[in-house]
Structure formats: structure tokens, C-alpha cells
Design a protein around this ligand. Structure first.
Ligand SMILES: Nc1ncnc2c1ncn2[C@@H]1O[C@H](COP(=O)(O)OP(=O)(O)OP(=O)(O)O)[C@@H](O)[C@H]1O
Ligand SMILES: [Mg+2]
Length: 259
């Protein structure tokens, strides 16, 4: 067993997220149709799919932001279907949305403190130290306004902010959007994968399919709101149908995007 596997093995049973036949959307026609999934501590579940497939809507449905019309969502066996996101934070859920993920008019330091709003001042100070050890580059930016940061730096703040309360289940919606291929690889391999190896359950949605599938234990391809295929990260990466599903359902994104 590798050290990563050993790290994953111990806390594995402590956290699990399950969705059963979730149907959700905005208007009459559902956007997410009968999606079932499960992810446990120590594991990364990657969801890929073309633009407009319903990936962000699925995450929002799991998190009580978009109403689940049918089906059920459970965290550690407890029903959390349509539970407000604020309550989920207390249950150890962290969410990095696709956009509007940092407060531009607040300093980096204040962004981190906001992320730890459910903590006591003492816990907040302690967690800030821990999070800055995970993202040491942020130490030099603490007094800068988030609105002045680059895209990559903002993403770092967004993920760091969500880590403040030490969540056990992490939902990340395109955390590498706008990042260079090198930074994408580093965010996914050195941060997201490492968080799972610490025992957290990680559900990540990515357009950059190739890079996100590399760090996945399990992966799903979502096309027009349904799971078109699933398997281990490697199985999905190597499946020749995946490219066609992307081409059929939206713009070509099955390979790492060039920016
Ligand atoms: N607030 C909303 N109101 C109405 N329709 C919406 C809303 N948000 C998204 N949609 C629609 O739901 C569908 C799925 O959108 P969603 O954002 O979930 O896709 P996605 O897979 O995350 O796409 P992308 O890769 O571009 O982020 C799209 O047709 C979109 O236009
Ligand atoms: Mg999206």
C-alpha cells in the first residue's frame, strides 16, 4: 500500500456522500435527470462533460442551491436533500463555485476569515495558519484586495477560503478555470489530490477533462443532464467514446485546453 493509500484507508468511512436518482432544474424541463453517484473519504470523483451538460446544476442540486425535485442526497447516511448550504457548512461541506468565488472588495486575509465564519476567533486564527501552510504563496498577498489578484491567485484564495473550516467533503466547480496547463496540473495534483489523500471526499467538476481524470478515483461523463458513461479515472480517459460525447454535446474539450 502506498502512503497515499494508507492515508486514505483510515478515515475512509468517516465521510460519504450519496445521491440517488436526482432530478433538478430551473424551468419545467429538468436539467439534471436521474443522476446517482457516491463518493467517500479519500476519494476523488471527477465529473466531466460538455458546456451546458448540467455539471454546475448537479453540484448546486447536491448542495441545496437548486431544488431537487426527485431523488435523495445523503451525507454520512443523513438525508440532506434540499438542505440549505449554510447548514451543510456545519456538517463539514465546502463548496468552491464556478464563479464569484472570492470577495473582490475584501483583502485576501479577510476572505480567509470569512471562510472561517463558523469558527471561534481562536479556531479561525489556527486554521488560517494551517491553510497558509497549504498555500504558502498566499502569505505574501494577505493584505491585497482579492480584486487585484490574477486568475490563478484568485482560485488559490477561493480554495483556501473553503478549506478554512476544515471541511470533510469538498465540492469544486472548475477550480482550474483560466489557469495555465502547468498551474492546472499543480492545482489538481498537488492540492486537490492531496486533500483527498488526507481523507476528504472530493467531488470535482472540470472542463479540462484529461487533467481532472488523471487525479480521479472514479469518473463520470455527464451529457444533457444524464450520466453517459462512468468508470475509473483511467477507464474514462482511455475510452474513445468520451471524445465523441464531448463533440456531440458541445464544444471540443476532451483534451486539455491550450490556455
Ligand atoms: N439559473 C439558471 N436559470 C435557468 N437555466 C439555467 C440556469 N443556470 C443554468 N441554466 C441552464 O441549465 C443548463 C445546464 O447549465 P450548467 O451551468 O449546469 O452546465 P455546465 O455543465 O456546468 O456547463 P459549463 O461547462 O459551461 O459550466 C444550461 O442549458 C443552462 O443554460
Ligand atoms: Mg458549469
Amino acid at each position: 500500500m502506498s502512503s497515499a493509500e494508507a492515508a486514505a484507508a483510515a478515515p475512509q468511512r468517516s465521510v460519504s456522500l450519496q445521491a440517488e436518482k436526482v432530478v433538478a432544474g430551473y424551468g419545467e424541463a429538468p436539467v439534471v435527470k436521474d443522476v446517482s453517484l457516491s463518493v467517500g473519504g479519500g476519494h476523488v470523483l471527477t465529473i466531466v462533460g460538455p458546456n451546458g451538460a448540467g455539471k454546475s446544476t448537479l453540484l448546486k442540486a447536491l448542495l441545496g442551491i437548486v431544488r431537487v425535485r426527485e431523488g435523495r442526497v445523503a451525507l454520512n447516511g443523513q438525508d440532506i436533500t434540499n438542505r440549505p448550504l449554510e447548514q451543510l457548512a456545519h456538517l463539514g461541506v465546502g463548496y468552491v463555485p464556478q464563479s464569484e468565488d472570492v470577495f473582490d472588495t475584501l483583502r485576501v486575509s479577510e476572505n480567509l476569515e470569512m471562510g472561517g465564519y463558523i469558527l471561534t476567533p481562536r479556531q479561525r486564527a489556527e486554521r488560517k495558519e494551517v491553510v497558509l501552510e497549504i498555500f504558502p504563496a498566499l502569505k505574501n498577498m494577505l493584505s491585497r484586495y482579492a480584486g487585484t489578484l490574477s486568475g490563478g491567485e484568485r482560485k488559490m484564495v477561493a480554495v483556501a477560503r473553503v478549506l478554512m473550516p476544515d471541511p470533510t467533503a469538498l465540492f469544486l466547480d472548475e477550480p482550474t478555470a483560466g489557469l495555465s496547463p502547468d498551474l492546472t496540473r499543480r492545482v489538481l495534483e498537488e492540492q486537490v489530490r492531496v486533500l483527498a489523500d488526507l481523507g476528504k471526499a472530493v467531488l470535482i467538476v472540470e472542463q479540462k477533462a484529461e487533467a481532472a481524470l488523471k487525479i480521479a478515483d472514479h469518473a463520470m461523463v455527464l451529457v444533457t443532464g444524464s450520466i453517459a458513461l462512468e468508470g475509473t479515472g483511467q477507464e474514462v480517459r482511455e475510452n474513445p467514446e468520451v471524445g465523441e460525447l464531448f463533440l456531440g454535446g458541445g464544444r471540443r474539450e476532451a483534451s486539455p485546453s491550450p490556455h
